[in-house]
Design a protein around this ligand. Structure first.
Ligand code: AMP
Ligand code: MG
Length: 320
């Protein structure tokens, strides 16, 4: 059984009851749709991994209704407080030391002593977590390795019967997953994943972020091919062939593609981010040899857009 429920008051109450009973609820956040289970419920959290076919070593983000709920299970130092003041609720996940003795399922953290925490800004997500009264673990509501869902229809198409209830509030406004910053070590701040909040805005508050290159792997789900359409992707395209689809950006896309979708005709990166996954899905359904993608500027949200495009363009290999 699966059910698409409008995200009104009655729908949110029904979804909160379903979560409390250990069922899996997909819900909208400002980034992408999440597949939720209460963080204390081992069996429900285990079902997330089955539904997504997600490897167990890939930890989940715990979503809190507010900072007080987040501080119930994670230690926020002065840097985390500063970022939370500025960007919570919003598309920023902080990896923080997990408090000891809190009843967070070890499946959520993949057994680590740290936890990824976020306070989402989408009013439906916040009301759902408030109503549930407990943090909600929620990875993106897609099969592992596929493009993240930015509409309720994407969720149903990917997960089908594996999800018990989908709260439908239309397309996600940001459209890219959250930015993940690891603050679990006192002297280090590392960007584990570029996302819906730009690096520049974070660095303005806490200074330069280290990358993950060369360091130990802390975010195992972030390696290799991910966000993958079925068709090959050709990046940096300035011309296009007649048997290709074109994912365009800006006012002057080259002519000649079998089908063209424009991420943002006016060259706006926030608009491009919001359109990225839905347009990739639509072009992937077209009968074309490949998807050509025009160059996207690297600054601001462009860092995350280019990151997702590069991962989607990697050759097919078994998804870890
Ligand atoms: P998703 O929920 O699919 O957006 O993925 C969340 C990402 O956050 C995963 O790829 C994890 O690797 C990362 N993450 C979550 N918790 C932690 C943690 N405690 N340490 C490092 N990375 C984390
Ligand atoms: Mg995901």
């Amino acid at each position: 059984m699966n059910r698409l429920v409008p995200a009104d008051g009655a729908g949110i109450r029904e979804a909160a009851r379903a979560l409390a009973e250990g069922r899996l609820v997909a819900f909208p956040t400002e980034t992408v749709y999440g597949l939720g289970a209460v963080v204390t419920d081992d069996r429900a959290v285990a079902r997330i991994f089955v539904a997504k076919r997600r490897p167990h070593h890939n930890p989940l983000i715990a979503h809190a209704a507010d900072r007080a709920m987040a501080a119930g299970f994670a230690w926020l130092d002065e840097r985390a407080e500063r970022l939370a003041d500025a960007f919570w609720p919003g598309p920023l996940t902080l990896v923080l030391p997990l408090k000891t003795g809190v009843p967070v399922s070890p499946l959520v953290t993949a057994g680590l002593s740290t936890v990824g925490v976020r306070v989402p800004a989408h009013p439906v997500a916040r009301r759902l977590i408030e109503e549930t009264g407990l943090p909600v673990a929620a990875p993106s509501a897609n099969r592992s390795g596929r493009v993240s869902p930015t509409t309720a229809e994407h969720v149903l198409r990917d997960l089908g019967d594996a999800v018990d209830l989908v709260l439908d509030a239309g397309p996600c406004p940001v459209g890219l997953e959250s930015t993940i910053v690891d603050l679990s070590e006192p002297e280090r701040a590392r960007l584990l994943r570029p996302g819906g909040l730009s690096r520049e805005r974070i660095e303005a508050l806490i200074g330069p972020l280290e990358g993950v290159d060369g360091g130990p792997v802390r975010a195992p789900g972030l390696l290799g091919r991910h966000y993958a359409p079925r068709r090959p992707l050709r990046l940096g395209a300035r011309r296009v062939a007649a048997d290709e689809a074109l994912l365009a950006f800006g006012p002057e896309p080259p002519a000649g593609a079998r089908i063209t979708l424009n991420l943002s005709p006016r060259g706006d990166l926030a608009e491009a981010a919001a359109n990225l996954f839905a347009m990739l899905r639509r072009l992937d359904e077209a009968e074309v040899r490949a998807i050509a993608v025009m160059p996207i500027p690297a600054e601001g949200l462009g860092e995350a857009i280019n990151d997702r495009l590069r991962r989607a363009a990697l050759p097919v290999e078994p998804v870890a």
